[in-house]
Design a protein around this ligand. Structure first.
Ligand code: SAM
Length: 273
């Protein structure tokens, strides 16, 4: 079973660990929410779970008890004795390693991976986006993030939250904002609201998608200019030639283009090469 607030407090006290805000250590002290995340993770008989930042092991434990084999990356060595205690006897491959330096080849096709994580907020989005772009075996993600980040991951064109993270997520998956999470359920209590997001992988990493991400990254640097000028000098042929071939109106603004439009631009670039 996942941990209650008093169990988390007792574990931290017993091992003399003070949570570090700099590492995004806001532990999820709500069994119901942990259970919901595990339910969203899918079938343990079909996939292996990857957790970034197990913390005191509350989600890790619930995943392992639901039948998932779990690989978990934790940067904070102080949590080693905590995790050894809370995960004793469970099928968890614990690695004390910085998850910003993951070798994504470990999550290649062959095993179906599900990422389940209450993400550390400083590095969580970039780790998630890197995995989506590079880990061919990643089939699904269930993550808790700051509400603002969750909105960015799930936003569509025309909204303020729409940007490069939204395009990357949509190019590789179908994202859904599952539920909002109030600050009070974390220990210690953060200043912001959070939300759970699920992403179902719909496309594998491939050159045309990687190029679409590079095009979108360049376009969003000048998100309010017409796309023909925000992409001037970025595309190998003149933007005025490539964009119509991709079926994209050159006078549109990057922030109004659907993720699929970036894919069409990338496909037109590859065709022209
Ligand atoms: N999963 C636990 C929970 O829900 O209670 C903890 C979540 S807490 C928001 C984020 C965790 O990520 C912390 O345990 C923190 O030490 C860890 N972390 C922070 N940066 C990390 C990194 N670069 N690599 C691996 N773990 C990291």
């Amino acid at each position: 079973m996942s941990q209650t607030r008093s169990e988390i407090e007792a574990l931290l006290r017993r091992h003399a660990v003070m949570p570090r805000r700099g590492l995004g250590q806001h532990f999820l002290a709500d069994r119901n929410l942990v259970d919901k995340m595990v339910d969203l993770a899918g079938d343990p008989a079909r996939s292996r779970a990857l957790e970034i930042g197990p913390g005191t092991g509350t989600i890790t434990r619930a995943l392992a008890e639901a039948g998932f084999a779990v690989t978990a990356y934790e940067i904070d060595e102080r949590l080693r004795p905590v995790l050894e205690e809370s995960l004793a006897g469970l099928d968890v491959d614990l690695r004390f390693q910085d998850a910003t330096r993951l070798d994504t080849r470990e999550f290649g096709a062959g095993t179906d991976w599900v990422l389940v994580s209450n993400l550390p907020y400083q590095v969580g989005t970039s780790i998630l986006l890197e995995l989506l772009q590079e880990a061919a075996g990643l089939g699904r993600c269930v993550v808790v993030a700051q509400r603002e980040v969750a909105e960015r991951l799930t936003a569509g064109p025309g909204s303020k939250a729409y940007g490069l993270p939204s395009v990357i997520t949509a190019l590789y998956g179908q994202a859904r904002l599952e539920f909002r999470i109030p600050p009070q359920v974390f220990l210690p209590v953060p200043k912001v609201d959070s939300a759970a997001v699920s992403i179902l992988r719909v496309a594998p990493p491939e050159p045309v998608r990687r190029l679409a991400v590079r095009v979108a990254a360049a376009a969003f640097r000048k998100r309010r200019k017409m796309v023909r000028s925000s992409l001037r000098g970025v595309l190998p042929a003149r933007a005025e030639e490539i964009l119509p071939r991709a079926g994209v109106d050159p006078t549109e603004r990057p922030e109004d283009l659907e993720p699929g439009a970036y894919l069409s631009i990338a496909a037109a670039v590859l065709e022209a090469a």
